[in-house]
Design a protein around this ligand. Structure first.
Ligand code: CTP
Ligand code: MG
Length: 260
C-alpha cells in the first residue's frame, strides 16, 4: 500500500502575529513545518516506514525558504516536495492533491485526469496533516494509516471534549442567550493527520471546488468534505501532543512542552 501525505503549511498565521509565515516560525530550534514533516516521515509499522512522500504546501512567495528548511530532513530529496498552496486551506489541500503523481506501477491516470475512478487508486492512502500541529506523535500517524488499511475510507483522530459546550443565540450588548447544552459525551474535537482513500479525497475536493462560491458550504477540515459525499468517517483516539498552534500562547506552550 502506498501512503502519501499532504502537509498544509501555506497559511500566514495571522492569529499568531509573527513576522514569518507560521510554518516557518521556530519552536525548539526548528520551524514548525520541519517538526511536522519529520514526524510524518518517522511513522512506521512492523514493515518499515509508512509514508512514501510528503507534499508540503507553502506560501507561493516562500517556496525557496521552505525548500531550504526541509532539505536536511531526508537523504532521499524526492521524499519531501514543496508546492505552492492556495488562498484557503481547502485550496492548499487541493493543490497538494494535484501535485501527487500516482506511484510507479499504478494503473491510475495522471493527476489532472478527473475521470479516473477510485478503483485506479484503490490501494492508495492519503494523509492530510497541518504544519500547525508540529508535535504529532508518529504513533498517531501510524494509527490513522492502520485504520484506513483496515478498511475505513476516512479516519480522523479525535479527543473527548472537556469543556461543557452550549449553543447560543445572537449576542446583544456582550451577552448571548443560551439555546441549549450540547450532550458532551457525543462530542470529539478532531485533529490531524486525517487519513483517506486517495480517490475518495480527490472526489470530495473536486465536488467542493464546484461549490467554492458558496461560503455556507465551507468546511473546516477534509473529513467535512468527505461527509458531504455521504461517505462514512470514523474517529480513532487522538493525542494531546498533536495540539494545534494558533495563538502566541499556544506557541509558548509548545516551546515549553515540545512532544512531552
Ligand atoms: N493553511 C494552508 N493554506 C492556507 C491556509 C492555511 O495550507 N491558505 C494551513 C496552515 O499553514 C496550517 C493549517 O492550514 O498548517 C491550519 O490552518 P491555521 O491553523 O488556520 O493556520 P493559518 O491559516 O496560517 O493561521 P491563521 O488562520 O491564524 O491566519
Ligand atoms: Mg487559518
Amino acid at each position: 500500500v502506498s501512503v502519501v501525505a499532504v502537509l498544509t503549511a501555506a497559511g500566514s498565521g495571522s492569529r499568531l502575529g509573527h513576522a514569518l509565515p507560521k510554518a516557518l516560525v521556530p519552536v525548539r530550534g526548528e520551524p514548525l513545518v520541519v517538526h511536522a514533516a519529520r514526524r510524518l516521515l518517522d511513522a512506521r509499522d512492523a514493515r518499515g516506514p509508512l509514508v512514501d512522500t510528503v507534499v508540503v504546501t507553502a506560501p507561493p512567495e516562500h517556496l525557496a525558504a521552505f525548500g531550504t528548511a526541509l532539505a536536511a530532513l531526508t537523504v532521499d530529496p524526492g521524499r519531501v516536495r514543496v508546492v505552492a498552496g492556495g488562498a484557503t486551506r481547502q485550496a492548499s489541500v487541493a493543490a497538494g492533491l494535484a501535485a501527487l503523481v500516482p506511484p510507479a506501477g499504478s494503473s491510475g491516470a495522471g493527476p489532472s485526469d478527473t475521470t479516473s475512478s477510485d478503483d485506479d487508486e484503490a490501494a492508495d492512502v492519503v494523509l492530510v496533516h497541518d504544519a500547525a500541529r508540529p508535535f504529532v506523535p508518529p504513533e498517531l500517524v501510524a494509527r490513522v494509516v492502520a485504520a484506513v488499511e483496515a478498511g475505513h475510507d476516512a479516519v480522523v483522530p479525535g479527543l473527548p471534549v472537556t469543556d461543557t459546550v452550549k449553543r447560543v443565540g445572537a449576542e446583544l450588548a456582550g451577552a448571548a442567550p443560551v439555546v441549549g447544552t450540547v450532550e458532551r459525551a457525543q462530542l470529539r474535537a478532531v485533529q490531524t493527520p486525517q487519513g483517506f482513500r486517495l480517490g475518495l479525497l480527490r472526489r470530495a475536493h473536486d465536488e467542493a471546488a464546484r461549490h467554492a462560491h458558496d461560503e455556507s458550504l465551507a468546511a473546516t477540515d477534509d473529513a467535512g468534505l468527505v461527509e458531504r459525499l455521504g461517505a462514512t468517517v470514523v474517529v480513532v483516539p487522538g493525542d494531546e501532543r498533536a495540539a494545534k498552534i494558533t495563538t502566541a500562547r499556544d506557541l509558548r506552550v509548545a516551546e515549553l512542552l515540545g512532544d512531552a
